[in-house]
Design a binder for this molecule. Structure first.
Ligand SMILES: Cc1cc2nc3c(=O)[nH]c(=O)nc-3n(C[C@H](O)[C@H](O)[C@H](O)COP(=O)(O)OP(=O)(O)OC[C@H]3O[C@@H](n4cnc5c(N)ncnc54)[C@H](O)[C@@H]3O)c2cc1C
Length: 433
């Protein structure tokens, strides 16, 4: 049996962030990672709100070296070709005007190697298989190496950062499907895609189309990540291989298809089934759940990595308090849980409505009346700090949304009925090219 203070399952952005900060605070940290870095992962578009975290972790220069500068996001309607660019420099907080698009294999490797450099023991090719909670101070994790060897670790605390595998959520039976949202995705890398010029080259482009939305994410090495996030009933209509279905889905969106006219596929096409969920709670007396291991929301606003890393930082803070000042433990766990719920909740209001015609109208014709556009841009930049001034402008934006929806009641009711049909649960499936 091996011993450590804090055992982390998963060496993605959430787990590595927690590992770096806890190792820096002097804890004996072990990270179990079932894969070996560098490994492929989807989720390549970062947000300005990621940058202070990168700085705090000491990886800014390394990420700059592999990243494509992302100064803005553009939303394009395939029905009439109208588009709108949002520049992060115009957000409420002007201090974070840009972010990066990254190949996750490179980005995640930078983070996990940094964790090892700061003193965490990173065990790759080692999958956590089972967990036993012995008492409030001891948890055991049984793991299996690639070569079939098994090993057990005993720790004072466990951090679950296992991503969409949701290691603890499944074992504790506390993972719940999001009843208010449901989508599925297909994605691949292309070479030879038509890019924007100058500073706009690194923009993420989001295309609305009949079955959901599509992304276009330019990477620094010339490849472009393209994905379709669609309603599950549309995905269920697939009767051809995923590759063909993906290409025919892109063809349904002419402005995007045009940018890919001379491009060729540079990877397999991956697909993932229904995927919005949250766990009922984010912690127990000796465990914390972070990143996708706790909750997953639709990626339309590129929030996943930022939420994963922020929760990793919060978990490091919380685990440190639990270890050093047990008297503050209950309070620390309570505020950790509040923080874990806050981020997904802030974005969800927009996610549930982003394909709605009223929201499209507001995105395509933004007005900075009473700083509503700046507040909206803060959300797009991942700034959900909830400062009072932004909150007021966001409330006005939401109010305007409801007023326009009521003024166009017929259209609103049709959109609501369509959405209700689209988010019905359909049998979940996992497909690969
Ligand atoms: C289609 C799609 C598009 C997306 N686009 C974006 C985007 O543009 N921008 C963005 O910010 N986010 C995006 N996301 C979300 C993003 O991918 C995730 O939110 C992010 O990767 C979460 O980080 P994490 O560290 O919590 O989990 P992960 O990055 O998934 O890391 C979890 C790690 O745990 C390991 N692991 C799992 N189980 C075990 C086990 N039992 N034992 C040991 N190791 C284990 C895995 O191998 C993995 O390395 C997207 C997601 C999807 C599905």
């Amino acid at each position: 049996m091996l011993a450590c203070d804090i055992l982390i399952i998963g060496g993605g952005p959430a787990g590595s962030t927690a590992a770096i900060l806890l190792a820096e605070k002097g804890h004996r940290v072990v990270v179990l990672e079932k894969a070996r870095h560098p490994r492929f992962h989807i989720g390549e578009s970062l947000l300005p709100a990621n940058l202070p975290l990168l700085e705090r972790l000491g990886v800014t220069d390394k990420v700059r070296a592999i990243g494509m500068e992302k100064w803005g996001a553009e939303f394009i309607s395939h029905w009439d070709g109208r588009g709108q660019e949002f520049l992060f420099a115009n957000a409420w907080d002007k201090s974070l005007p840009m972010a990066y698009q990254v190949r996750r294999s490179e980005f995640d490797e930078i983070l996990v190697r940094r964790a090892a450099a700061q003193g965490a023991e990173v065990v790759e090719g080692c999958r956590a298989r089972d967990v036993e909670f012995l008492d409030d101070e001891r948890v055991r994790v049984h793991a299996e190496h690639d070569d079939g060897r098994t090993q057990t670790w005993e720790a004072a605390q466990l951090i679950d950062a296992s991503g969409r595998d949701t290691f603890l959520g499944n074992r504790l039976g506390i993972k719940r499907r999001n009843e208010k949202h449901n989508s599925a995705a297909m994605y691949a890398h292309f070479t030879g895609a038509l890019r924007n010029c100058g500073r706009q080259e690194g923009n993420i482009s989001i295309y609305w189309f009949d079955h959901g939305w599509l992304w276009f994410i330019p990477l620094a090495d010339g490849a472009t990540s393209v994905g379709a996030v669609v309603w599950p009933p549309y995905m269920k209509t697939r009767d051809v291989p995923v590759r063909d279905f993906f290409l025919s889905t892109i063809a349904l969106c002419p402005p995007l298809a045009e940018r890919l006219r001379a491009a060729s596929l540079a990877s397999d096409v991956e697909a993932t089934g229904n995927y919005s969920y949250a766990c009922e709670r984010s912690s127990g007396s000796n465990f914390l759940m972070i990143g996708d291991a706790y909750a997953f929301i639709d990626p339309v606003f590129s929030t996943g990595v930022m939420l994963a890393m922020s929760s990793g930082a919060a978990a490091a803070e919380t685990a440190d308090i639990c270890r050093r000042e047990p008297a503050r433990k209950a309070l620390a766990l309570k505020s950790f849980d509040r923080l874990m719920r806050h981020g997904p909740k802030q974005f969800s209001w927009f996610i549930y409505r982003v394909t709605n015609p009223t929201m499209r109208e507001l995105f395509l014709s933004p007005r900075n009346v009473l700083r509503m556009e700046e507040a909206l841009l803060s959300v797009l930049a991942g700034d959900v700090s909830g400062r009072t001034s932004t909150r007021a402008s966001l409330l006005l934006f939401k109010g305007l949304y409801y007023v326009i929806s009521i003024a166009n009641l017929g259209r609103t009711l049709r959109a609501m009925r369509g959405r209700a049909a689209n988010i019905r649960a359909v049998e979940s499936e996992r497909m690969t090219g």
